[in-house]
Structure formats: C-alpha cells, structure tokens
Design a protein around this ligand. Structure first.
Ligand SMILES: [Zn+2]
Length: 237
C-alpha cells in the first residue's frame, strides 16, 4: 500500500508511479494486439498456401486424367489397326499412335515436375503450419500474461490513486482547484523539482528567481514555473 505523503515531492512521486502503471496498462494490450494481427496475417498466408497446394494437386490429377484418356485412345487405335486392310490406312493410324505417344511422354515429364512441386509445397506448408502453431502459442501465453498482470496493475493503480487523493492535503486549499486541473491535463508532468543551489527548474531548465525560491520555501501556496507552468517544489541535494 503506497503511503500518504506530506510534501509536493512525494506527491509528484506518487503521480509518477501512477503514470508508469498506466503506461504499462496501455502498452501490454497494444503489444498483444500487434502480435494478434501478426498471427492473423500468418493464418491468412497459411490459408493461401493450402489453396495453392490444392490447385497444384488438382492440376496433377487433371493431367493424369488426360494421359489416361490418351492411352485409351491409343488402345482403341491398336484395335482398329488389326482390322485395317489398306496400307495407307495402317500407316496413318501408326503415325497417329506415335504422335499420341509422344504427347503422352511429354505430359508425363510435365506431371513428374508438377509432382515434385507438390512435394516441395507440402513440405513448406508443413513447416509454415508448425511455425504458425508455435507463434499462436506465444501469443496465447502473452495474452494470459498481459491479463494477469493487468489485474495486479489495476489494483496497484487504485491504491496509488487513493494515496494521491489523501496526499492532496499538502496542496493549500485555495490552490487545489488549479492543482487538480493541472494534473488532469499533464499527469506527473505537472510537477518540476527545483535544485535549491542552481535554482534550475528541472522541467524546462530555466533558472527561477530568488523571489520564487523564497515563495517555495514559505510554501504558503503553490508556485508555478513562469516558463513551463509546472508546479514547482524545492529539491535539496
Ligand atoms: Zn519550468
């Protein structure tokens, strides 16, 4: 439980801690969302690869069917050959058979090449699937981690906000309205320490007047940096 503080420096520190937790609460889900988009892209790529493989396989099948039908045609021609009487007719059929066989040979070469392509694609797809599964596991682990941490962070933030509210008593009452407005807009950046020796505002590095330093020492009301507008407090080394 963060303790209630009794000076502006402590109040600034509480605001800083709250800011750090808010940042973490924001960045976790952002990282997760980015990974989830990445996973979605991989899944789409997988789907495309699966489709492409299906088409390659269908192509092989189609060409095999063509070869099959050409073989049937050759068988028919051979039957016909037994029945021909004329020499010219015999020659014509023989040359057609030779032509078809030639086509078949070419097509078989092409099919072999296609089948090698199918094999390569299938191996690539399997590797891609394994990689996507591994990545999905990582994303899921991250999701659980982000959600688990967020629970603790929200609880911490609530405690800090409670401590901040209680510590507001260090702000003189008539200044509280303006203080609240300033921190609402700027959060932890609403404050700046001032080195008591160099008199430099650590928000903007400008040196403040001796008058302002003595106002800070009196601490009767909030003192704002004339250059950057931050609520100042003195820091002793
Ligand atoms: Zn300043």
């Amino acid at each position: 439980m963060p303790a209630t503080v009794n000076d502006l420096r402590g109040l600034h520190d509480l605001h800083r801690r709250a800011k750090a937790i808010r940042d973490r609460l924001e960045s976790g889900p952002k990282t997760l969302a980015a990974r989830q988009r990445g996973l979605e892209k991989r899944r789409q790529a997988l789907e495309e690869a699966r489709e492409a493989l299906k088409h390659r396989k269908a192509d092989v099948h189609r060409q095999e069917m063509q070869v099959q039908s050409q073989r049937t045609r050759v068988d028919d021609l051979r039957v016909k050959l037994n029945a021909v009487k004329k020499n010219e007719e015999y020659k014509a059929i023989m040359s057609e058979i030779a032509m078809i066989n030639n086509t078949i040979a070419h097509q078989e070469d092409a099919i072999l090449e296609l089948m090698q392509g199918v094999e390569t694609s299938a191996a690539e797809l399997a590797a891609q699937e394994a990689e996507a599964a591994r990545f999905a596991g990582e994303v899921e682990a991250l999701r659980v981690d982000v959600e688990t941490k967020a629970e603790g962070q929200r609880a911490q933030l609530k405690e800090l906000e409670g401590a901040i509210a209680e510590s507001e008593s260090v702000v003189p009452e008539e200044d509280r309205e303006r203080y609240r407005r300033t921190v609402r807009g700027q959060g932890d950046d609403a404050f700046a320490g001032v080195d008591s020796h160099t008199r430099a505002c650590d928000g903007c590095n400008q040196v403040i007047t001796i008058q302002a330093v003595s106002e800070l020492m009196n601490a009767e009301h909030l003192v704002y940096c004339k250059t950057c507008g931050r609520i100042m407090y003195l820091v002793e080394d």
